[in-house]
Design a protein around this ligand. Structure first.
Ligand code: PEP
Ligand code: MG
Length: 594
């Protein structure tokens, strides 16, 4: 390979998706994309508007296609971004602005689209609202696609590329990333981007190693250059030396082998500490199809089924029969193990296509989840009926998301009781003793856990949101991502308060946020009294393995020391110290995003 005779060039960026990739570069640079500017005669205006409308229709068609492709490859939740993109095309303010520019200023459609997108983005960026600011990237992505369609140009794609490659780009929109096929794109490297961008999230979903934030990389790399991408260290090597490739090759093989061995070794074991304390290790799922797969990973049950998946995929709300079929299928696949179905958790970044609520300034603090369900009991009761009926087919538990007050729990339970009575009257079989729990994902719920515990059968800590709300860090805003700290002292105290509130009332507390699947944090959570951990299924063998090496007293000692610490970094260092001491073999497997 001629590339290896050239000197190595090392570039340091941000690793956003674990793993190592080696392959020839394909450079998708946007620098040559000039938007044509042309004055339109009055007689051409209607034709130009029609041309713009056709481009909108074509763009919408492409986005739908991308969305269904992305749903298959990266899952429903991550593919939801294309829902957002389609909403840009339905945004009257944006579309009217383009049409006005054509009609009133005689601009051609490409220029009008470009200018409208810039103006609209500027207006959103100026707002004191991080969520709307985040939408700027969506508007730019959609405008770029619209302009390409107007120009009859292909969206930069890999369609002409025959070989497996590493993609190098200025930036990648989620719509471009979603079209990547894992068997063609070995890795990618971009000049822009951040760990929490949708593109990075998708790379993790697709398990494609990725490094972002490498200024000028498009100029440094020539098409065909051999590249090594280390998504854990954030390192990119142009013309990697043979010795480096050998080392990396061994590392990759080694990681795969350990993961395979751990999966086989622990598949049928229960999660248990070295001194025999049971810790249920469960899976998070979105679809009933995934329920069939979880046993293969060694899951002892499903600790979180995100039911909103069913609501996000259709233009109409799913009826009782559709929901019943989905929940029952999942319950049967998991039985006799338990399946915890979370009721509709809409809002925030999860938009229901069938039920568009007005745009809110602070959607994560807005009309979402249980608030939405209690405001629309006719929708909520259909879901409750379906879950209660499906409970006959397995070991089903139900939980409500986003609880902040005890009244919400009581009102939800009152509706559940009404539904039980209706089913009883109808002679319809249902899970009469189905346990009902709540997610603890707001600071209010954690602090008031003792009050809430009297009303429910279990707690499940949704740490993704609990961290967001406690630390005032928008979980989808990459500019504040460095403040998102699971080991912050405030979070540990809230977890402890929740566990203790539950324990006094005799109920258990689990964790189903991302913290549960990070092996580095396993002994900390166990030491804080958590007894059920529900996670990304791929990490189940790692967590079970580590548990077997920790005694419950060591976990308690770690948690006590952590609770006395003053900073998130200090706690993280303790947790890292413990895994290094107790299970160093796992260190190689835990990448930037374990
Ligand atoms: C959480 O908030 O931790 C959680 C599990 O729910 P979601 O990620 O779906 O908001
Ligand atoms: Mg949540």
């Amino acid at each position: 390979m001629p590339g290896r005779e050239k000197p190595e060039i090392l570039l340091q960026g941000m690793g956003v998706s674990s793993g190592v990739a080696v392959g020839p570069a394909v450079v998708l640079s946007r620098e040559d994309e000039e938007v044509p500017v042309r004055a339109i005669a009055e007689s051409e205006i209607m034709k130009e508007i029609a041309r713009f409308e056709r481009a909108v229709i074509e763009t919408r068609r492409q986005l739908r296609e991308i969305q269904s492709h992305a749903t298959e490859t990266i899952g429903r939740a991550d593919a939801g971004i294309f829902e957002m993109h389609q909403m840009v095309l339905e945004d009257g303010l944006f579309i009217d602005r383009v049409v006005r520019k054509i009609r009133e200023q005689g601009m051609n459609a490409e220029q009008a689209t470009q200018e409208a997108a810039v103006e609209y983005s500027k207006a959103l960026s100026a707002l004191q609202d991080d969520y709307l600011k985040e939408r700027v990237a969506d508007i730019r992505d959609v405008a770029r696609r619209l302009i390409r369609n107007l120009m009859g140009r292909q969206v930069p794609s890999l369609s002409g590329v025959q070989t497996k490659c590493v993609v190098v780009a200025n930036d990648l929109g989620p719509s471009e990333t979603a079209m990547f096929r894992k068997d063609q794109v070995l890795g990618f490297v971009t000049e822009g981007g951040s760990p929490l961008s949708h593109t990075a999230i998708m790379a993790r979903g697709l398990e494609i190693p990725a490094v972002v934030g490498l200024r000028d990389v498009c100029r440094s790399v020539a098409p065909g250059d051999e590249l090594l991408v280390d998504g854990d260290k954030g390192l990119v090597v142009i013309h990697p030396a043979a010795s480096r490739l050998r080392e990396y090759g061994k590392l990759v093989e080694w990681r795969q082998k350990i993961r395979r061995d751990l999966a086989v070794r622990h598949q049928h074991e229960k999660g248990r500490t070295a001194d025999g304390v049971d810790i249920a290790v469960e899976a998070n799922i979105e679809t009933p199809e995934e329920a069939r797969e979880v046993r293969r990973h060694g899951a002892e049950g499903v600790g979180l089924m995100r039911s909103e998946y069913l609501f996000m995929k259709a233009d109409t709300l799913p009826d009782e029969a559709t929901q019943y079929a989905a929940y029952r299928k999942a319950a049967e696949a998991v039985a006799p193990a338990s399946l915890i179905i979370r009721t509709l958790d809409s809002g925030g970044d999860k938009v229901l296509p069938a039920f568009r609520t007005p745009i809110e300034a602070n959607p994560f603090l807005g009309f979402r989840a249980i608030r939405f369900c209690l405001a629309y009991p006719e929708i909520f009761k259909i879901q409750l009926r379906a879950i209660l009926r499906a409970a006959v087919g397995g070991n089903v538990l139900l939980m409500y998301p986003m609880i902040t007050t005890v009244e919400e729990v009581r009102r939800a339970n009152a509706l559940l009781q009404e539904v039980r009575e209706e089913l009883h009257r109808e002679g319809m079989p249902f899970g009469e003793r189905m346990p009902v729990g709540i997610m603890i994902e707001t600071p209010a719920a954690a602090v008031a856990a003792d009050i809430l515990a009297k009303e429910v059968a279990f707690f499940s800590l949704g740490t993704n949101d609990l961290i967001q709300y406690t630390l005032a860090v928008d979980r989808v805003n990459d500019r504040v991502a460095s403040l998102y700290a699971p080991t912050h002292p405030a979070i540990l105290r809230l977890i402890r308060t929740t566990v203790e509130g539950g324990r006094h009332a005799g109920i258990w507390t689990g964790v189903c946020g991302e913290m549960a699947g990070d092996p580095v944090l396993t002994p900390l959570l166990v030491g804080l009294g958590v007894r059920r951990l529900s996670m990304n299924p791929a990490n189940i063998p790692l967590v079970k393995h580590y548990l077997l090496k920790c005694s419950s007293s060591e976990c308690r000692a770690l948690a006590e020391e952590a609770l006395a610490a003053e900073t998130a970094d200090a706690v993280l260092a303790m947790c890292r110290g413990m895994i290094r001491r107790v299970a160093p073999e796992l260190l190689d497997l835990i990448g930037a995003f374990s």
